[in-house]
Structures are given as C-alpha cells and as structure tokens.
Design a protein around this ligand. Structure first.
Ligand code: ME8
Length: 539
C-alpha cells in the first residue's frame, strides 16, 4: 500500500509526488461532483507538501469533442469562445474560491498540449499500433463513449436505447476511422495488474476492471471524421482524434513530455491519478495500454472516488442535477465545505449530499467539538494569564495521555490521508484527538482549579492550559491540509507564528513533538472559527 518512493525535496531531480484530477468537460459549470475530486486531490497534495515532499498537483479542462461543440453551437459561439469563457468565468474562479493549490492548469486546446499529442499519436501510427478500419455502434455523447449492449437500458420505443449513466438516448455511429490495437494489450495489462495489486483502488473497482479486460478487449476507435472540433491526425487531417485519447495525454503533456525532458523525468510516472469511478476504464485500461505502446512508464496508482448522488442518481451536468459548490460555501463557508464531503463519505463509495447532515456535522463536530475548544482555551489563557501562555510546570499522567493521543492521531492520519487516501478515516483520527482534549478539560476542570490561588493551584492551572494550547497547536497543523483558513486563524490566535514560524512551514514529522509551542506565546481570542449558522436559505 505504501508508496516507498523518496519524494524528498533535497535530492536533485528526485521524483515528485505527482497527483492529477480528471480534466473536466467545460460544457457547463462545475458542480459538487467535480469539486469533490478536486478537493480530495488538494488535501492529499497539501498533506504531502506538509511532509516536506516535492509535490506537483495538476488539474485542467477537457475542451474537445462533440459534447462541447454542440453546447457551443447551441449558445451561438465557437467552441473555443465557449471554452475560454467557461474556463475563466467558472472553472478557474471556483478552484481559487475553494483554495485549491494546483501547480498547473492544463487546457487541451493549448498548443503545449495539442502539438505533443500529435507527436504521440504519430509515433504510435509509425509503430503500427494504429490502423484504419470501420466501426458502428451505439454512442453516448454525454459519456463521449461507445457503449456495450450491457450498458444500455430500454427507451420509450422498441428501437430506442438509453445510456445507463445519463438515461438519455444513445446515437448510432457508423464510421470509417482509425483504431488503436487495444486488444493486443490484454495479456500485458493483466500481468501488470497482477504484479501491481495496488494499481487500481478501491478493490471493488479493481475487480470490475479485471473482469472487463479478461472478457473481450476490443480495439479502440480513436478518430472521428464527422466533425472537426478536435486535434487533427497529423497523417490524415480529415480526421480528428477521439476526445478521450487526446484528453488522457494531458497527464504527460502538462508534465513536460516531449518539451522538457528534465521536468518530465522528475514528474513522470504520476503517483496518483484521481478519477471518478465512471471513468476508471479509460484510466486503468486504455491509458496504460497507450503508454505501453509508446514505451512510457505507467502511473503508480489510479484511485476512483464514488459518486455524489442526488435523489438516487449520479449528480451530473448533463442531467441538470448539478449543485453549485458556491450554493453551499455561501452558507457553510469554504473550510467546512472542504471538510464535510471528505469526512462524511468514505472515499471510493457513493454518498448522498444532505443539507441536514451537513448542518449536523457542522454544528457538532466543527462548531462544538473543535471551534468551542479553541475559543475556550484562548479565553482562559486571556482571563487567568493575561493572554501569555504559561509553562507546563506540573505535568503528570493526564498530560502524558494527551501527548500519547497526539502521537497516535498523527500516525493514523499520516497513513490514512497520506497513503491510503482514506480521508474520512484520517480526519476522524484527528477529531478523536480533539475529543480527547475536550475530555481532558472536562476532567481537569481548569475553571475550578482557577479558584485555588495557592502556588500549587496556579501551577496546575498553567499546566492544564498549556497542555490544551499545545494540543491545539498540533491540531492546527494536522487540519491545515483540510481547512487551511481555519488552521491559519487558530495558528495566529495561539501566537504560534512568533515562536515556530509560518504554519505552512510545519511538517508532519515534527507535529507530534510535544512541547513545541513556546511558553510566553501571546494567545488572543481571535475570530470565532465556526460561527452559528444562519437559517437555511429558502430553496
Ligand atoms: O469525464 N460524484 O469529465 P467530466 C463524484 N473530461 N464525482 C463526480 C461526479 C459525481 N456526481 N460528477 C463528476 C470527464 N465527478 C472527462 C475526463 S480525464 C483525462 C477526462 C467528477 O466533466 C469525477 O472525478 O464529466 C469524474 O470522474 C469527473 O468529475 C468527470 O468530469
């Protein structure tokens, strides 16, 4: 399970920890589903940065193909105009709003992409991996994919068939086009999966892919000649490349394939391709086969997230069930948003969004358990020690138990978030620790100890408050990848920056070192981390 590659920042040209999201179709605005994958990748990469590793996080947009072309037509603009507008007005601003710290943003209409894609496919053509043939079959424009009989549902009439994902009629496509010899790779793919059991995650998704490849892998139609919104085939300009073959290559073109060999050596192969389970086959079958054909190394892992559902159906742009993330962030705030989906839905399984569940978790976990702890501790340091953090002069077993709890939380969170991509489990481990600190305060009753003016009483009170503040110092570091603004506010209110430097410079390796927060730090009450929610806005 663990990735044993050394991604340390010290080695010259050491491989980076490279994570990608799917590049999203810009036929419409982003919804919760897209943000789900992108936030997950952001938390994962922020976690690895916090380990002190060299990290590269890539996202972007998929701009060719029929779906985009038809949307642009329907809106009376060119596909390029449509993409430019959506990317600048909807996609990039949303990622900024959600504090996504991506290192690059690739658009498939960029020259740095299209030129390399042409070289890549020309190479495969020259090697005899691509041939001309004919194909006919049911095609779903929503998926941009030919469908198998098992993936179709009956429609309203005897002849009509529906795509099982989009529940909309498929179209019959009959074309002469170019094919990639995908079928020739079945054996090698199966050998690769066997030798790399962690390549596809979760296990349920892996089994599905294995069954698919074991059955009857067909060659892949990789060009279209009935429309022109795509990358022209360099040897036959009447054809454009099938949008998926173009899109998958973003992972290498953005990383410097064919343009910057040094950077490419540092970045490729990717550590993790994050994808939704709907597009796993493309990433776990077609993409690896294309890379094998090109003689390039394969990504280390493809990890599929489940679907966010609305009313029992996959939330989707095409079916107009997409909810805009800003509808939720305007009510709950960005950090709570980043937290909620990763905490509430085990990564890899489907989950339904519910306003009630979000509200309940916000109130009990974020506002009560965490936010109140932070404000109580700051208030008591203010009240009893004039805001100057006292030293822990009388630590005993109870304090040791808190320090031990922290060490346990750090180990669990590092494994779960950093390696297993079990975000819910990792966040739960951090919140177990928060709960432990709350329990510690309840038991120690500092508000009662404060009434004891003796030297012993003062020493006890100092120790309790130091312990709680030090626990919060560590919590700020652990939650920084998930809720960066909140963690920063807490860091500032603890006065940690003066003694420890910027929150962004803290590492997973030192977070459990008990006693880092210097006594004498100036603790201030600061902003309320999770204010009481307003009434739910009318729908
Ligand atoms: O498939 N629940 O783009 P896309 C969870 N351009 N995740 C969801 C989701 C939902 N309801 N809906 C979307 C494409 N996603 C291609 C990808 S990559 C070379 C090309 C997320 O705009 C999930 O990650 O349809 C899914 O794989 C992706 O958005 C699909 O976005």
């Amino acid at each position: 399970m663990a990735d044993t590659t050394d991604h340390s920042t010290t080695g010259a040209n050491a491989p980076a920890y490279y994570v990608s999201t799917p590049i999203y179709y810009v036929n419409d605005r982003p919804h919760l589903g897209h943000a789900y994958t992108t936030v997950a990748g952001d938390v994962l990469t922020r976690w690895h940065r916090q380990r002190g590793e060299k990290v590269w996080y890539l996202t972007g947009t998929d701009e060719h193909g029929q779906k985009i072309m038809r949307t642009a037509d329907a809106n009376g603009v060119t596909p390029q105009e449509w993409c430019d507008k959506l990317v600048e007005e909807a996609w990039k601003p949303l990622w900024r709003h959600l504090e996504i710290a991506n290192d690059d943003f690739i658009r498939t209409t960029e020259e740095r992409h299209t030129a390399r894609v042409q070289e890549f496919v020309q190479d495969l053509y020259d090697k005899g991996e691509i041939y001309k043939g004919g194909y006919s079959g049911p095609y779903c424009v929503g998926c941009e994919e030919f469908k198998l009989p098992s993936e179709l549902l009956d429609g309203a009439t005897e002849d009509e068939k529906l795509c099982s994902v989009h529940k909309r009629p498929v179209e019959w496509l009959e074309e002469e086009n170019y094919f990639f010899r995908l079928s020739a790779y079945a054996e090698r793919l199966l050998e690769f999966y066997a030798a790399n059991p962690d390549f596809i995650q979760p296990a349920s998704a892996r089994n599905e892919v294995l069954r698919f490849v074991e059955q009857d892998l067909k060659d892949l139609s990789i060009s279209r000649s009935t429309f022109n919104w795509g990358v022209p085939l360099p040897w036959d300009e009447k054809h454009v490349l099938y949008v998926w073959v173009d899109a998958l290559q973003n992972y290498i073109t953005a990383a410097g394939y064919g343009s910057d060999p040094e950077r490419f050596a540092e970045l490729w192969p990717a550590s993790v391709h994050l994808v939704g389970k709907d597009i796993l086959r493309f990433h776990a079958v077609i993409w690896p086969a294309m890379l094998m054909a090109a003689g390039l190394p394969l990504p280390k892992r493809v990890v599929a997230n489940g679907w966010l559902m609305v009313g029992g159906e996959k939330m989707s742009k095409s079916n107009l069930t997409g909810i805009a993330p800003t509808d939720l962030t305007s009510h709950f705030g960005v950090d709570a948003y980043r937290y909620y989906f990763l905490r509430a839905i085990p990564f890899g399984t489907d989950g339904s969004f519910s306003w009630e569940d979000f509200t309940a978790r916000y109130t009990s976990e974020l506002a009560n358990d965490f936010g109140n702890l932070a404000s109580r501790v700051a208030a008591m340091v203010g009240k009893y020690f004039d805001g100057s953090l006292p030293a822990a002069v009388a630590s005993g077993d109870a304090e040791q138990a808190v320090a031990d709890g922290l060490a346990k939380a750090v180990a669990a969170a590092d494994l779960k978030i950093g390696e297993e991509l079990d975000f819910a489990g990792g966040i739960a481990a951090i919140f177990e620790f928060v709960k432990q600190v709350n329990g510690y305060l309840t038991e120690q009753e500092p508000w009662k100890v404060a009434k004891d003016d003796s030297e012993e009483g003062r020493a006890r009170l100092a120790t309790i408050l130091y312990t709680a503040a030090e626990a919060l110092r560590a919590t700020a570091v652990l939650l920084n990848p998930v809720m960066p603004s909140t963690a920063e506010k807490l860091w500032v209110s603890l006065g940690a920056e003066a003694g420890l430097g910027a929150l962004s410079a803290q590492t997973v390796a030192t977070v459990a070192d008990w006693g880092r927060l210097p006594a004498g730090s100036t603790v201030t009450k600061g902003e309320i981390l999770f204010p009481r929610l307003e009434e739910k806005p009318a729908a």
